[in-house]
Design a protein around this ligand. Structure first.
Ligand SMILES: Nc1nc2c(ncn2[C@@H]2O[C@H](COP(=O)(O)OP(=O)(O)OP(=O)(O)O)[C@@H](O)[C@H]2O)c(=O)[nH]1
Ligand SMILES: [Mg+2]
Length: 450
């Protein structure tokens, strides 16, 4: 129902010097004129300093900007009020706008209108949420590529290749007099494989794209006293976790976020794992250590390099390996000489980094190693997908084409049908033919005022 005029707070709910209230819809201008002391002809895209009134009462002095349809975010008439950021003024202004005929916007309703009015495609619209949520450089870049249309442009390119191929096949299906040279199976296979390759290349970026968006989860595990908590502190640069020389100091998991060259890393320090816990709390702590390992993207096995490998460490290493995850071995306490730790035979081949939490040696090397795969993926062309819906649509399109190729001997109509299937997944992804229920789900996951 785009005939309603909607309003919402577009800035955060907390107190601030300035807050933005947004109004969009056919009545926006009329409502604006009722809130200001003097109704006027508003020049679009020009900020005007005015007094907002509720009857005779002065509500605020505000900067007001009017955007005339279709040259606005939503494509409708839009008014943005830059008011003083007190919760009281925000609440009063929203009440006033509603009293004059607007209604509170639903989650994502401004973006939904922008999408329905052709201002953004669905991929770009979803990029808005990611841009707002991005807390570091890498996630910001992925989100900006999405919002800025780079990902959409790539998807359109793939769609065009597929549409052209379909047209070539369909025109021959209609060619009853067989005047046209038929397409060879080789030609169709090559062209379809090219599209499959593009789809797969993009789909394959999902793992890293998601890691960049959500952060790389790293679990620091090891036997008691190996220096896990000291390593957490060395990595984050402050005394986050308690460190003592008593084995079994850490009971609960301790989580801290770290930014390494614009990449988000979520570190989890865990309770040392040993055969016998001294009490129930330590027992539960050890269960949590295992859960942290299971949830992690990367496991860092912290060992005390000045000691030999114990049986308990060998058992732990086997447990780590059963997780089948990227693992980095940290040989800690290198300031103590000599380094005695003789790694178990199976560790040979794993990445081993010598560290001293006491002197800081090796800590930067470990940071670089942690972000290695994220950096490598980014250096390609920076285009990554980080959204499950996008990933699934790409995989479905790819599967359709693979199935079509398997049935190539069944004639043009069969492969054409599969190409149409693949195209419909791409169109749904971009938002060209997306069912209303799916749109509803997508936009309701947006935050208020967006
Ligand atoms: N010399 C030296 N001592 C270290 C180093 N790292 C940690 N230690 C000491 O080792 C002891 C144990 O350190 P923690 O960080 O508490 O070890 P942990 O692995 O967290 O131990 P639990 O929480 O009991 O599992 C403390 O006395 C630290 O000061 C290091 O690089 N060099
Ligand atoms: Mg500890």
């Amino acid at each position: 129902m785009q005939t309603d005029t909607i309003c919402a707070l577009a800035s955060g709910p907390a107190n601030g010097a300035v807050a933005i209230v947004r109004l969009s819809g056919p009545q926006a201008l009329e409502i604006l004129n009722r809130t200001v002391a003097r109704a006027r002809a508003w020049e679009p895209r020009r900020q005007t300093f005015c007094t907002l009134l509720d009857g005779a009462e002065v509500l605020d002095k505000a900067l007001v900007t009017y955007f005339a349809a279709p040259h606005s975010f939503t494509g409708q008439d839009v008014v943005e009020f830059a008011i003083h950021g007190s919760p009281y003024i925000k609440g009063r202004l929203l009440e006033l706008l509603c009293a004059y005929g607007a209604r509170p916007a639903r989650r994502g309703e401004f973006s939904e209108r922008a999408f329905l009015n052709g201002k953004l495609d669905l991929v770009e619209a979803q990029g808005i949420c990611d841009v707002i949520a991005a807390g570091n450089k890498a996630a910001h870049q992925v989100a900006m590529n999405q919002l800025g249309g780079k990902l959409s442009a790539r998807l359109q390119e793939i769609k065009t290749h597929l549409t052209e191929l379909l047209a070539q096949i369909e025109v021959r299906l209609d060619d009853v007099d067989e005047e046209m040279t038929p397409l060879t199976d080789d030609f169709i296979t090559t062209r379809t494989r090219e599209v499959i390759h593009h789809l797969k290349t993009l789909a394959d970026t999902f793992c890293v794209g998601k890691l960049i968006k959500d952060g790389l989860k790293v679990a620091l595990v090891g036997v008691p006293n190996s220096g896990k908590s000291s390593l957490l502190n060395a990595l984050v640069g402050f005394d986050r976790a308690i460190v003592t020389d008593t084995a079994g100091t850490t009971r609960d998991t301790v989580e801290e976020t770290l930014d390494v060259n614009g990449q988000k890393i979520i570190l989890t320090d865990t309770a040392g794992i040993r055969e016998h816990a001294v009490d129930i709390a330590e027992q539960e702590g050890m269960h949590r250590s295992v859960r942290a390992m299971e949830k992690a993207d990367v496991i860092v096995w912290v060992t005390d390099g000045s000691l030999g490998v114990s049986e308990a460490e060998k058992a732990l290493w086997a447990q780590i390996q059963s997780q089948h995850k990227r693992t980095i071995v940290v040989r800690n306490k290198t300031d103590k000489t000599p380094v005695l730790l003789d790694l178990p035979a199976e560790v040979k081949g794993a990445q081993v980094i010598d560290v001293s939490c006491k002197t800081g040696q090796g800590v930067d090397t470990l940071k670089a190693a942690l972000t290695q795969e994220l950096n490598a993926a980014q250096s390609e062309d920076g285009l990554l997908i980080s959204n499950l819906r996008h990933y699934e649509a790409l995989v479905k399109a790819q599967t359709e084409l693979e199935e079509g190729l398997l049935k190539l001997d069944q004639g043009g109509e069969v492969i054409a049908e599969h190409i149409r299937g693949a195209l419909s997944h791409l169109k749904e992804l971009i938002g060209e033919v997306t069912p209303d229920e799916i749109l509803g789900v997508i936009f309701s996951s947006f935050c208020m005022g967006k």
